[in-house]
Ligand binder design. Structure first.
Ligand code: HEC
Length: 168
């Protein structure tokens, strides 16, 4: 009985390895890249790339263990979900209102430290932003919000949720 169960588990694990999630590795260049309208200095660019781009862009740098299922599925779920909420490579496809809102959320996420996700910074120690990087991002957010195209601040707003609504 135990032998059968063990073989069963091994078989399932082996089969799982063949079911690979699709990978987030587009080549670019990206027409709607955030930096086209909201240019950033090297410090901000480097900080966002190392701490955020794995889940919020079209280019994820996959660790070796992403090849092992179900770890790979779990990672891909974070990438898919992160990208859906915020994609730096597609940022200019958002309406001005949404851009402004996302910038505001970036500021909050960085200031309050709820991004990058704990499960990520736990493994990627270098993804944790230091005070200088945080300050540089804050300044960039502030400048960028001035550059958002004008929009009617009183209108709508229903489609926008705050991050509290979809925290897992
Ligand atoms: C390991 C993947 C991962 C990393 C790395 C990551 N995020 Fe996220 N992020 C997510 C996921 C998943 C969500 C959606 C669920 C949630 O809000 O918790 C999200 C949501 C957000 C949101 C909310 C967007 C919205 O409007 O709902 C912002 C803003 C954000 N992230 C900013 C950042 C910033 C800035 C960084 C880098 C400092 C970063 N994230 C790093 C996965 C990640």
């Amino acid at each position: 009985m135990i032998k059968k169960v063990t073989y069963g588990i091994i078989a399932v694990l082996v089969i799982m390895q063949f079911i690979r999630p699709s990978r987030n590795e587009a080549a670019g260049p990206f027409e709607k890249d955030i930096a086209k309208q909201f240019p950033m200095n090297k410090e901000v660019e480097t900080a966002l790339q190392k701490s955020c781009y794995d889940c919020h862009s079209n280019q994820t740098q996959y660790p070796w263990y992403s090849m092992i299922q179900p770890l790979g599925w779990w990672l891909q779920h974070h990438v898919d979900e992160g990208k859906e909420h915020l994609n730096f490579h597609e940022f200019l496809s958002y309406s001005p209102k949404k851009q402004d809102h996302k910038l505001e959320e970036i500021e909050e996420a960085v200031r309050d430290g709820w991004m990058p996700l704990d499960s990520y910074s736990w493994i990627h120690k270098d993804a944790v932003l230091n005070e200088n990087e945080k300050a540089a991002i804050m300044t960039w957010v502030k400048e960028s919000r001035q550059k958002v195209q004008p929009f009617d601040k009183t209108q709508g707003g229903k489609e926008e949720k705050t991050h509290e609504d979809h925290q897992e």
